[in-house]
Design a protein around this ligand. Structure first.
Ligand code: AHG
Ligand code: MN
Ligand code: MN
Ligand code: MN
Length: 328
């Protein structure tokens, strides 16, 4: 196990990445650069999100926004910004994103990494000013450098991720990520345009008393999920559901809790997407001492079959996930 990076809170993301890279003798710096590229895109989206609220107000009087541009949904704006940042960064040869049906090639066939991304998670919440996020997952490509990436690069499975994280655009903007050496969080200081280490080596509580589910679908849920939710109600747990996976996940990670998105009539395989929602958050959970399941196996062990595959998703405090599984 790498020695823990006991850096002082307040160190910049850049300094932290450099320190982490120097602790990995074989790291040649591409992954470090990729993480910087993602952080840059996060800064840009953060600004767009704040501006979008403003534009919406002025744009509300017609389909044109104040600059005369065709008003774009924030999903698409975030998608474009991340694709551009990853393309310009040069470390990534291909991307899959929630907002594009097929693999997007960056024309950097020399890039050693591929990225799966949910550019804007919880986007239905933006126009009511509720927290939203971005989720990303990184793999080293398995096809030869210099060739065009293929589906195989994206079908490696959750345990092959080399990095995963999210950006939560909330009361403050926070970047949380892991490269397999623990989970660290960096809070954005707008006035300086910098992310600063704010949570070192996050360890999620072993148990908790918060559960997150859209109980509007309760009658559709599989019996195991219904039974577990009744158990939560009997124990008078707090029901907290923001409707942005990243926000619900982050609160549960820090305070201890469990998030459930069981299969429902509308989503018989579950709503959340394996490659850019479930796998990255399952990797982070495991690195922070929490766990995840689809009701039968650890999320990270699910065999990927297709880019936008959905999965039932239960993630949170280790003891709460094992309690849930007693009902399956
Ligand atoms: P996205 O906005 O990226 O499509 O993800 C939305 C997801 C997740 O963020 C959230 O927890 C869940 O959908 C909310 O679904 P319901 O509205 O069905 O509860
Ligand atoms: Mn999402
Ligand atoms: Mn999304
Ligand atoms: Mn969506």
């Amino acid at each position: 196990k790498q020695e823990t990076l006991a850096l002082p809170v307040g160190v910049t993301l850049d300094r932290f990445i450099k320190r982490q890279q120097s602790a990995m003798p074989f790291a040649s710096g591409e992954l470090s650069q990729l993480l910087r590229d993602i952080a840059l895109a996060g800064k840009i989206i953060n600004r767009e999100i704040n501006r979008a609220g403003l534009v919406d107000i002025t744009g509300a009087f017609g389909s044109q926004n104040v600059q005369g541009e065709e008003q774009q949904k924030l999903d698409v704006v975030a998608d474009i910004r991340f694709l551009r940042a990853l393309k310009n960064g040069g470390e990534v040869c291909a991307v899959i994103t929630e907002e594009e049906d097929e693999i997007i090639y960056t024309d950097n066939d020399e890039g050693k990494y591929v990225v799966a991304i949910d550019p804007l998670d919880g986007s239905s919440n933006i126009d009511v000013n509720v927290s939203i996020g971005t989720i990303f997952s990184v793999y080293r490509r398995v096809t030869p450098v210099g060739t065009r990436a293929t589906l195989e690069d994206f079908m490696q499975g959750g345990r092959s991720q080399v990095a995963a994280g999210y950006i939560l655009y909330g009361s403050s903007t926070i970047l949380v990520y892991t490269t397999g050496q623990g989970v660290n969080a960096f809070t954005y200081e707008n006035s300086l345009g910098e992310f600063f280490l704010s949570h070192n080596e996050i360890k999620s509580p072993e148990t908790g008393s918060i559960y997150s589910a859209n109980e509007g679908n309760y009658n559709d849920f599989v019996s195991g999920a219904r039974a577990y939710i009744v158990n939560c109600r009997m124990k008078e747990y707090a029901a907290r559901y923001i409707g942005s996976l990243v926000a619900d996940f982050h609160r549960n990670l820090l305070k201890g809790g469990i998030y459930l998105y069981p299969p429902s009539k509308k989503y018989p395989k579950g709503k959340l997407r394996l490659l850019y929602e479930c796998y990255p958050l399952a990797f982070l959970a495991e690195q922070a001492g929490a766990s995840s399941t689809d009701g039968y196996q650890n999320i990270l062990d699910i065999e990927p079959q297709e880019l936008h595959q959905r999965s039932p998703f239960y993630v949170g405090a280790k003891e709460m996930v094992s309690d849930l599984l007693l009902y399956f």
